[in-house]
Structure formats: C-alpha cells, structure tokens
Write a protein of this length. Structure first.
Lengths: 112, 149
C-alpha cells in the first residue's frame, strides 16, 4: 500500500502513496494505519493529495482508522482531490472529518 | 464540446476479485474519458461504477467461486448506459436495496464503515434497472448529460 509518516512538531503527518484507496486495498490500508499510528501523536493528518480515487470501502477504511485512534486523538484529512471530496460530501462524512484543502492549511490551522 | 461519434461501445470482462476489479474500474474510467465522456460526469461515473462492481465482487460471488464480471458501456451524445452482468447470486428478493445511507450515529465509535454503496449508486445515476435473467444479474446504470452543464 505505501504510507510514510513524518512529524511536524506535535502533529503526525501520514502520506498515502497510492493513487487509489479502494476495496482491493482497504484492509491493508487499515492495518498499515494501525501500525503507523500505534504510538503516535494526538493529532494525525492524513495527506490524501496523491489519491485520485476512493470508493466506499476506502472511505470505510479511513473511518476505521479514525476509530482506531480512540477518543482522545484526532484524524484530519488534507489535500483531497475533487472525487475524494465528493465521496465524503455525499456520505456526509465531511461533517465528521475536518478536511483541509492543503497540507499547509492543516498544519497551520489555529484550532489545532 | 468534442464531437462524439454516433455511439461508442466499450466492453470489458474480468474475474470478480478485488484486484481485478480495481484494475478493471481504472481501465473503464480512462477508456470512457478517452471516448468523450464529459469531464464533469467522470467522477460520478467512476464512483457509481466502482460501487456497483464492488457489490458483485463482495456479494454476488460470496461463498462461491468468483466467475466474471462483464461490463458494457454505450456512450452517446446525451447519455452513458452501463450494463454490468454476472452469474453470481441474485440480489436478495430480486430487488435493489433502496439506498438508504447508513446513519452516522452519535459518536465516532458509532460511525459506519460501510453501507454506502447503493446509496452512492442511487445518488449518482439518472436511472438504475436490475433484472435477473437466465441465471445472470443484469444491472443497468444510466447517466444523462445535462446539455447546459
């Protein structure tokens, strides 16, 4: 699947290196996210800028990744392309996650 | 708008596995784009097509050896028709789910991790038909193009 993780002060940024998060990789994605966030920061930003397509299985895997963090930690999303934004909007998951247009926006968010 | 020849047909058939479906959906999406699918429709088509094919992989062939998914696309000036057929289990009650989305629940832990597939298909298509014929499931998705878009 391919995730890389970097630290930006207190924030952990996980970047997805796959152009799709779909049914074929949803389980792997969820497992990789668990491994990456096991001992991580309270705030995790998932950088989706390279993701050109997501389906409802991929969406479910991102939801599962947020649940894995538990209630004191948070998963925010950065850089979603229009098709990814559309899936979040139609399913109303855009009301659950905070979506930032760019990674810079996510990192400079004053409410973080 | 780029001229579209009278009607374009695209056909693809692949084994109903996650990996083959993923590659097949990507090929169909780029094929349709190359054949003149209006760019403002391409995301809707990609999403609905993926959900419909994923349903076949996950449900139609559940518990049995996955056979093939056959996808036929007919693209013309005003609309796109996609027929997806498979030889798996029929839809329960021979009916399409009505596409009510899973409720988001009250807390993060309540959030649904699935149950959005049919909802998305209903939202993104202009018309859907399902029939069971000769041991095959035949799901037709229609996308009308808004000329004013």
């Amino acid at each position: 699947m391919g995730l890389t993780s970097t630290s930006h002060g207190p924030i952990q940024v996980i970047t997805v290196h796959s152009d799709r998060i779909d049914a074929a990789m949803a389980i792997q994605f969820k497992e990789d996210m668990r491994a990456e966030t096991e001992n991580g920061a309270d705030r995790v930003v998932l950088n989706l800028s390279g993701v050109e397509f997501i389906d409802s299985s991929g969406l479910g895997a991102i939801v599962a990744s947020m649940k894995q963090l538990g209630k004191d930690r948070r998963l925010d999303l950065a850089g979603p392309q229009p098709v990814v934004q559309k899936v979040f909007r139609l399913t109303r998951m855009d009301t659950v996650f905070r979506l930032f247009e760019t990674l810079d926006d996510a990192l400079s968010d004053p409410d973080a | 708008m780029k001229p579209i020849c009278n009607e374009t047909c695209l056909e693809l058939s692949f084994p109903a596995t996650d990996a083959e479906a993923s590659a097949g959906i990507a090929r169909l999406s780029s094929g349709l784009a190359n054949h003149g699918l209006p760019p403002d429709k391409s995301d809707d088509v990609k999403i609905a097509l993926a959900e419909a094919i994923n349903n076949v992989v996950e449900h139609a062939y559940k518990g049995i050896a996955p056979a093939k998914v056959q996808v036929t696309c007919r693209l013309d000036r005003n609309r796109l028709d996609i027929l997806i057929s498979d030889t798996g289990h029929p839809l329960p009650g021979l009916q399409m789910p009505d596409g009510t989305p899973a409720p988001l629940g009250k807390t993060t832990q309540d959030l649904p991790e699935g149950g959005f597939g049919w909802f998305l298909i209903h939202q993104l298509t202009s018309d859907i038909q399902y029939e069971r014929r000769d041991g095959c499931n035949r799901l037709s998705l229609r996308f009308n193009f808004d000329k004013n878009a």
